[in-house]
Design a protein around this ligand. Structure first.
Ligand code: GMT
Length: 390
């Protein structure tokens, strides 16, 4: 029997950290020799379009026959999962985000048989928002209970899954990770002068500008910091709250101090420009962007929401305050920006923590161990599973 596995991956291909993590995981698994089949409605944006060894893409096409008021995407996905699983002899179907992916995987398994093992990774709002909705709750509970393994991206999300769905099954902890070959401090000497004067600091916020991100808190924090320390704010990303945020910035007379960068692909370059990342979310199961910043040596000032405290160590790699406490977050930011030695210490601690505790090699290995476990197979004792981080 081959030590390498055939793994199907379904995720949201075009948005969010869950799609990023799923795609990066698929790429790393393929590099290690596993065969990876992405089953999605479009090519995951982090995958690129050039041919990559061991990576395959299967597009979900939806039948929009005229009798349907809503084209049945979920059924098309479940059928495609089953077809790919049978045709390619998949060992594992790894689905990211419970709705609808874990439910579709459950259906696919009914069509294929128990030899196909389903691993579900919970990412955040699939539990903290959708599982609170009575129209979805029982379905999500079923999909989670019927998965062969369930993982979640923080201990806080594991706790909330158990509480909200009243389930007791094992859930593995699989933190988010970043590719260390991509996320490291970049030289921004020439780029920095496009955004800030030499004596100005750069604060940054990166998100999908949804209400849970509390972007208006970002502006309040920035306004307070800028009164004490000349600074610029770089806003990266787009989303429904962006127009409202633009109005607030204009009303506060801060428009000449804020740059809107829109969506950016080369996040490691962009994030390396920052002296501090602001993440004041009301919900955040992990906060991938804070890890991306950490891996580039940039500390985070943010809220204590969800899994953020598992990632950002208060007083070591950033500062955290209760959700909505913008005065405290501004004070912490001022402290960090005005004390050069403290900033350097935090930056070093960030690099060390990202490398040692959220290493791509380590987390990929953890997922592989889960795959072999649900298949009832020994983890192959080969060097490729024993690489060390650091
Ligand atoms: O849940 C969402 O709002 C979207 C989701 C996503 O697809 O990016 O974000 C969640 O998953 C990320 C990857 O695991 C986490 O880093 C984010 O913290 C989490 N977002 C929330 O919990 C709000």
């Amino acid at each position: 029997m081959s030590k390498f596995l055939k793994i199907g991956i379904t995720c949201y291909p075009s948005l969010g950290g869950s799609g990023v993590v799923a795609t990066e995981l698929g790429k790393l698994l393929a590099e290690k020799g596993h065969q990876v089949h992405f089953i999605t409605h479009s090519i995951p944006f982090r995958l690129g379009t050039t041919f990559q060894k061991n990576i395959f893409y299967h597009e979900v096409e939806v039948n929009d026959y005229y009798v349907f008021k809503y084209p049945p995407y979920d059924l098309a996905l479940a059928t495609k999962m089953a077809q790919v699983a049978k045709l390619q002899n998949l060992d594992i179907l790894h689905v990211h985000y419970a709705v609808p992916h874990a439910v579709c995987a459950f259906l696919a398994k009914q069509m294929v048989g128990d030899q196909l093992k389903v691993v579900t990774t919970l990412h955040g709002t699939d539990i903290t928002v959708l599982a609170q909705d009575e129209t979805l709750k029982d379905l999500i509970r079923l999909a989670i209970n019927e998965s062969d393994a369930v993982t979640a991206v923080s201990n806080d999300l594991i706790r909330e899954t158990r509480d909200v769905l009243d389930i007791s099954r094992d859930i593995d902890l699989t933190y988010n990770f970043v590719d260390k070959r991509v996320y490291y401090p970049r030289d921004t000497t020439s780029l920095r002068q496009d955004f800030a004067l030499p004596d100005e600091k750069i604060l940054m916020h990166i998100s999908n500008f949804r209400p849970v991100k509390r972007v208006s808190d970002v502006i309040d924090i920035f306004a307070k910091v800028n009164e004490e320390i000349p600074s610029k704010l770089l806003l990266v990303g787009e989303g429904p709250d962006l127009p409202k945020i633009q109005c607030i910035i204009n009303e506060l007379g801060l428009s000449d101090r804020v740059h809107f960068l829109g969506k950016q692909d080369e996040i490691a370059h962009v994030i390396s420009l920052a002296d501090v990342l602001l993440l004041p979310s009301s919900k955040e199961s992990f906060g991938l962007v804070a890890l991306e910043a950490m891996a580039c040596g940039v500390p985070t000032v943010g809220s204590e929401a969800g899994g953020i405290p598992e990632l950002v160590i208060h007083g070591e790699t950033g500062f955290l305050a209760p959700i909505g406490d913008v005065a405290q977050m501004a004070e912490f930011t001022i402290q960090l920006l005005s004390d050069v030695a403290l900033g350097e210490r935090f930056s070093k601690a960030c690099l060390k923590r990202a490398r040692e505790d959220f290493c791509d090699t380590l987390i990929t290995k953890k997922y592989e161990e889960i795959y072999y476990r649900v298949l009832g197979r020994e983890v192959p004792n080969t060097e490729y599973l024993n690489e060390v981080c650091g």
